[in-house]
Design a protein around this ligand. Structure first.
Ligand code: ATP
Length: 459
């Protein structure tokens, strides 16, 4: 849709029960969001699609669900305690606080990213290009300071610094520390991947743009362990795999682009990194980061834990630390991309307006909506049908308002099929099935209904 604004999406998400302001009745908590009934269903469908594609349908991969709170040494070893930090800069005049690299990214509409730049390089760019404070337009800034993103908390009953732990800043570390467990328990041979979804926490300096950047979010990550030397081939394999997945989720080609990190932008341990970016209403933004992380992570955990994390190839008897390819995507960002990509406001032939979420059927929160044409005549049969269909797919029931209004409500939340129960149903055992996209109607026998819908909603 042309000119889709973030405000429009935020209002849409709130009005239809996808995403609400967090702690709303207390005036909210800045940048915290709660997923409502439809958001919960959509999120679950995205998570399931990812699990199906990355774990169930890929013969190399396994699943995992590791703890959010881990031994703090994990985060010391991984480097997060020392250097999981963003560059913080304050406007001297109005005191607004910014992430300095994002100031540059916003200034250049995402054309330049300052990932991997030193503080001095960022400060120089801001000065040379006369960047000003987005709030008050002053060009006077403080020097850059590093701000650590890990959330600290404490465990145990004694208020003692020994008990400081961290909320995980990414799900990936839970996978690295389980590498040997999974290899052993699953008799896994290199190459293999481990996938997990779950909450991650970052004390972001500038959360915002709705659910694009929040302090609490959910990631879907895979660490793919492979033999050094084969890593760049696997890097390409997983990049293609991720892009295909996004296409299958229905994201438009012209809203997706790949951005390879230039050499000077790469993290010191990374051999190659590509971001898949999506064109959000506020501009291009990272959706999915894919990185060749070499043997950095297993190497630091081996050193700090004192455990041998090398892999012994049972065929060649070679012993080595595997290299790792990591595709990491946030569900919240992906959900936002899917909403932005699918939402449209159409003018129909009769000049009426129709709000419709043209989301892939497999992702739609409800697959089918049951509508008794006249409540007093048809609701008993409609309830029977609800009981039947809801055993197979997520089903909603709507008996209030004119049939036209009910169709519109279902279109607006992306329900692919509306099933109307009328006198024909009572007399002949058939229902009318209306399609969201074409608005065409089919007459279907009740006994064929499950297959009729099932065939069309598979991912
Ligand atoms: P950014 O540069 O936007 O801060 P990042 O490069 O730090 O992101 P990664 O650490 O690579 O992000 O995290 C992997 C994925 O997790 C991102 O591509 C994004 O989809 C998601 N993600 C990261 N930070 C957030 C956040 N604060 N809120 C929502 N999703 C996030």
């Amino acid at each position: 849709m042309e000119n889709l604004t973030m405000d429009k999406i935020v209002n849409y998400a709130k009005n239809y029960g996808f995403v609400f302001q967090g702690s709303d009745i207390y005036g909210g908590l800045a940048n915290s969001w709660d997923y409502g009934p439809l958001g919960t269903l959509l999120k679950e469908n995205i998570r399931n699609a990812w699990k199906k594609r990355f774990v169930e349908e890929n013969r190399y991969n396994y699943g995992l669900d590791s703890a959010i709170i881990m031994n703090p040494n994990v985060w010391v070893a991984s480097g997060h305690v020392a250097s999981f930090a963003d560059p913080l800069i304050d406007c001297l005049k109005c005191k607004s606080r910014y992430r300095a690299d994002k100031l540059i990214e916003d200034f250049t509409n995402g054309e330049i990213t300052a990932d991997g730049w030193s503080n001095e390089e960022i400060e120089k760019y801001i000065k040379d290009n006369h960047l000003t404070c987005p709030t008050c337009k002053s060009s006077e800034f403080t020097p850059i300071r590093k701000f650590n993103l890990l959330f600290e908390t404490k465990i145990g009953v004694v208020d003692d610094s020994k008990n400081i732990v961290y909320l995980r800043g990414e799900t990936a570390q839970g996978i690295f520390v389980n590498f040997k467990n999974i290899e052993r328990a699953m008799r896994a041979k290199i190459p293999f991947g481990v996938c997990q979804t779950g909450k991650a926490f970052r004390n972001e300096i500038t959360p915002g743009n709705f659910i694009f950047r929040t302090r609490e979010f959910e990631q879907m990550e895979m660490e793919f362990f492979c033999k050094p030397g084969t890593d760049l081939e696997w890097f390409k394999y997983w990049k293609d795999y991720c892009v295909n997945f996004l296409h299958d989720l229905g994201l438009d080609d012209d809203k997706l682009r790949m951005r390879d990190h230039a050499k000077e932008e790469l993290a010191f341990y990374s051999k190659a990194t590509t971001d898949i970016e999506f064109l959000f209403p506020m501009g291009w933004g990272e959706l999915w980061g894919i990185a060749d992380r070499t043997d950095y992570d297993l190497g630091v955990h081996e050193k700090h834990s004192g455990q041998d994390l090398k892999y012994l190839d049972p065929d060649t008897h070679e012993k080595y630390l595997p290299y790792v390819i990591e595709p990491s995507v946030g569900i919240d960002r992906l959900l936002l991309a899917i909403l932005c990509n699918s939402y449209s406001n159409e003018i129909l032939e009769d000049n009426t307006e129709r709000e419709v979420l043209r989301i892939k059927y497999a992702l739609a929160p409800y697959k089918v909506n049951i509508l008794p044409l006249i409540k007093k005549n048809h609701s008993e049969k409609a309830e029977e049908l609800f009981t039947l269909l809801s055993k197979h797919f997520s089903t909603s029931y709507d008996e209030s308002g004119s049939i036209g209004k009910r169709y519109r409500r279902a279109d607006a939340i992306g329900t692919p099929f509306c099933v109307t129960i009328d006198d024909e149903t009572m007399n002949n055992g058939t229902v009318t099935v209306r399609n969201r996209d074409t608005m065409a109607q089919d007459v279907v026998k009740i006994e064929d209904l499950v297959n009729y819908i099932n065939d069309k909603i598979q991912f």
